[in-house]
Design a protein around this ligand. Structure first.
Ligand SMILES: [Zn+2]
Length: 200
């Protein structure tokens, strides 16, 4: 993508949001290595998305890839392999402006257990948004994109992807970040509570 100084104001603002949240996700340990991908949808229907193979700690606005409304990349750069997932989420939910996809450890543990984690805490009951479940399909596949789109179309802002990770889709990127952070905290509590066994 062009340098931030060359971008239109909405594109520069979206780029700033994505880079800020990428760094916060890294600092909170919600992404590891080069996992995770983020995107923003602009008013013209185009999408700004993180590149493939990028550690969020080092992400800069110039690394982001601008996609035309039909999903084709504009200019340089290679978009995330999960581009179909992001585009499908936007098609399914006209209200969504940001998609945050991560592999937080405890959410992923539950994803590998084949179930949503139980919501036995006040935080999980009162503050965590509804979460849908999606069956396993390979990364980057249209089948995965379709499964997640179908789950999000039901209205849930969160979906746990079997043997994979978490997706948060929202009109506001800070809410998507906070829900990702909270989902991981709730998944961690539920994991340790389950480990301890049934309550006496
Ligand atoms: Zn993933």
């Amino acid at each position: 993508m062009a340098s931030r100084a060359d971008l239109s104001a909405p594109l520069a603002a979206a780029a700033g949001d994505l880079v800020r949240i990428a760094h916060e996700l890294w600092q909170r340990g919600l992404v590891q290595g080069t996992s995770g991908n983020l995107s923003a949808r602009l008013d013209d229907g185009s999408v700004l998305i993180t590149p493939t193979g990028c550690a969020f700690a080092r992400l800069t606005p110039g690394d982001l890839v601008h996609l035309a409304p039909d999903g084709t990349a504009r200019g340089e750069g290679h978009p995330s392999v999960e581009r179909p997932l992001h585009l499908a989420a936007y098609r399914a939910r006209p209200d969504v402006r940001f998609v945050v996809h991560t592999h937080p450890v405890f959410c992923t543990v539950w994803a590998c257990r084949g179930q949503l984690f139980p919501r036995d805490t006040v935080a999980a009951n009162e503050s965590l948004a509804p979460m849908a479940w999606t069956p396993f399909h390979p990364s980057g596949s249209v089948a995965l994109a379709d499964a997640v789109a179908a789950a999000l179309a039901g209205g849930a802002p969160l979906a746990l992807m079997e043997n994979h990770g978490l997706i948060a889709a929202h009109a506001d990127i800070d809410t998507a970040f906070v829900q990702t952070d909270l989902a991981e905290a709730c998944a961690e509590v539920a994991y340790y509570a389950a480990l301890w066994g049934p309550r006496a």
